[in-house]
Ligand binder design. Structure first.
Ligand code: ATR
Length: 289
């Protein structure tokens, strides 16, 4: 039996802030990791309304909290409440992980790192010099695009339903790193050219998420077997995009990988220990099956 020990006054807390927080898998994943390594830590999800963020955060900082996770809608607002920001989190402009060290709070962003780690683990690829086609220009695309540029990717083709958002994100990545991003209008002939020229495709939109499980950001016949196809959608586990990619002979990178590896990175930031990724993955996949 994998029962989680009851917390005591000495138990360190890792607290997740978000609103709403209905269906988060992070508590199960992190509490399993703490238990597996025998660490006296407990992961607690807390729903916090935006207007209460500062009060709740400052109050929790007075308690035995060793770290935080932050999710929608607080990832940007929380920056203002921290003592320090890691440079990549500052460039991304959003924080999903906070370490509390000697009473100081330090903000990180492990989302993009989590995606890249998942890509590397599933495909064995190194990022430097690769050509990546990204669908989407929301928060996830921002973390992924910035982190790819930070890892010295060769080229990013970026497209989005709302093209102005892709233009704005491209400008920000190109000015923070080398100018590697080209915006692709989904209606233009460039779309097919850019897709064919990319060896990694990433869906960072919510297209294909349940209940719209027959939707995909790309027609299956545009995929070719030398491509690696990644989806950040993990409900369903096997999205239409990933099923089409498998049929085309592509390597695939399933959605839970980003969730697991962003969590593993946060775990190491809080505890200073290597995260038990295998056990964390088992918990996530058991919940999603
Ligand atoms: P997240 O933080 O998960 O990235 P987000 O910031 O709301 O969430 O971004 C959602 C992304 O999915 C956006 O790129 C969005 O496109 P728009 O910028 O045009 O809104 C994209 N998206 C969501 N639903 C979509 C749909 N039905 N078709 C195309 N793109 C969609």
């Amino acid at each position: 039996m994998n029962t989680i020990p009851s917390p005591t006054v000495r138990t360190r807390l890792a607290v997740l802030f978000g609103h709403p927080l209905g269906h988060t898998l992070s508590p199960a994943m992190h509490n399993r990791a703490f238990q597996f390594l025998g660490l006296d830590w407990f992961y607690l999800p807390v729903e916090v309304k935006p207007e209460n963020l500062e009060k709740v955060f400052k109050g929790l900082c007075l308690m035995n909290v060793g770290g935080f996770n932050v999710t929608i809608p607080h990832k940007v607002a929380i920056k203002e409440l921290l003592d320090e920001l890691d440079p990549l989190a500052a460039t991304i402009g959003a924080v999903n992980t906070i370490a509390v060290k000697d009473g100081r709070t330090i903000g990180y962003n492990t989302d993009g790192y989590g995606f890249i780690e998942s890509l590397k683990q599933s495909s064995g690829i190194e990022i430097a010099g690769q050509s990546v086609f990204i669908f989407g220009a929301g928060g996830a695309a921002r973390a992924i695009g910035m982190s790819l540029a930070h890892s010295k990717v060769g080229k990013i083709f970026l497209t989005n339903r709302t093209i102005d958002k892709a233009e704005a994100l491209a400008m920000q990545i190109n000015s923070a790193f080398s100018p590697c991003v080209e915006v692709i209008d989904p209606e233009s002939p460039d779309f097919t050219r850019a897709l064919r020229a990319s060896n990694i495709l990433v869906n960072s939109t919510s297209i294909g998420m349940s209940p719209h499980t027959e939707q995909s950001p790309i027609a299956g016949d545009l995929l070719h077997k030398d491509q690696i196809v990644a989806d950040i959608v993990y409900n369903p586990l096997s999205t239409r995009l990933l099923r089409d990619a498998e049929k085309a002979g592509c390597k695939t990178v399933p959605g839970p990988g980003m969730l697991i590896h962003q969590g593993a990175a946060a775990f190491s930031i809080w505890t200073g220990k290597e995260a038990p990724v295998k056990e964390m993955s088992e918990i996530i996949y058991n919940h999603l099956k």
